[in-house]
Design a protein around this ligand. Sequence first.
Ligand code: HAM
Length: 434
Amino acid sequence: MPTFRAPRGMHDLLPADRAAFARLEAIADDLAARYGYRQIETPMFEQTAVFERGIGEVTDVVEKELYRIVPRGDEGESWALRPEPTAGIVRAYVQHGMQTWPQPVKLTMTGPMFRYDRPQAGRYRQFWQFDVEAIGDPGPAIDAEIVELALRFYTDAGLAPVELHLNSIGDAACRPAYVEELRTFYRRHADRLPPTERDRLERSPLRLLDSKDPTVVALNADAPVITDRLCAACLDHFVGVRAHLDALGIAYRLDPRLVRGLDYYTRTAFEVFPSGATGQQSAIGGGGRYDDLVEALGGRPTPGIGFGIGLDRVLLALEGAGGGTGAAEASPQAVIVGADPGATIERLRIATLLRAEGVPARADLGVRKLGRQLEGAARDRAHFAVIVGDELAAGDVQLRDLQAGTQRAVPLDGLARELKRAASSHRHGPEGRG
Ligand code: HAM
């Protein structure tokens, strides 16, 4: 048992995991750029009020899962680690006057989020999200564009098909009456509710629809659904979103009980599951519209929509599907070895020269026999071994192609050029111009 371990629910990304993440980040960056989203980076923590007002005080994320930072000295401010990126991005939108930029402002961010949740498979206390936000467009066309972008991520990552669940959860015009109806419904069953849910029933009955408590889950089968109570404007919007999705050929399952775990949503709400999976636990992404959030965080009323994709869960799903994570780790193109075990100066010097020229190279710096050095190069899956021997006095080294099994003398001053030529012809194949 090691003395120290990573915090519970958080994991180290070892090189193979990091490479798998890097591949997903590259896919995310490429997609976001193709759709016109620009990168933003907000701090890992914010004033707690940003999350309380943005996400809502009566949510699991704020009530139970926020990592609060103890205020220091006389600064007295209360901060919390970001449990999700949307509130921080909208805070930045307001703070930097992005309302004056051409709308919508399309932003993307990929990074770690923190929730003090009970750790289990696919549920971590630090996890990564690929997030996309389009602020300043009321939709419905952009809603469909955002959903299509989210789905394309899974396709590009090699995780298709996936299942899209879709709902509209109304707005300030129609939701209050529905919420009241829901409250009345739950009140009738109050004696069966666990204490937390009974408490929430008065403050935010919508949260009960999202509850994982088995009694509440059973009760929810008979609860009134929002979709039957949408006002004309929300219904119109929802019809528009569906028409655009249909036109793009995107299949979805209408899920009138889908409410999402964060309070800022209005109208469009969606979640994505790996094909065949069920239940909240396994959502590999989710998002929706938040037309009141900019105002809640102090800006002018401005609509917005976005999504977050859980990269940890996408990798788990890829592994579960048996296809692997598709990540390749970099190996050096050349390893510098030598007949004289002690001649580490020459080996280091040659590797340094090659790397300065842009060639991925590693010097064997262990004082060990040539045979062992060559075994190490093969284990590294290096393409070439550069063997340093007596010929160095005449300015030459031996270049061994470890894959082809051939070897020849090459002048040191042409070595980098030679290796670059080999690398490009390797990339382009035998027909390439090299
Ligand atoms: P969310 O549904 O809370 O939405 O999280 C988005 C995704 O993050 C989830 O579908 C899941 O894949 C992943 N995720 C959430 N919690 C965990 C966890 N504890 N461990 C591993 N993965 C997790 C949001 O965060 C919204 N900000 C999405 C959004 C953006 N809505 C509008 N714009």
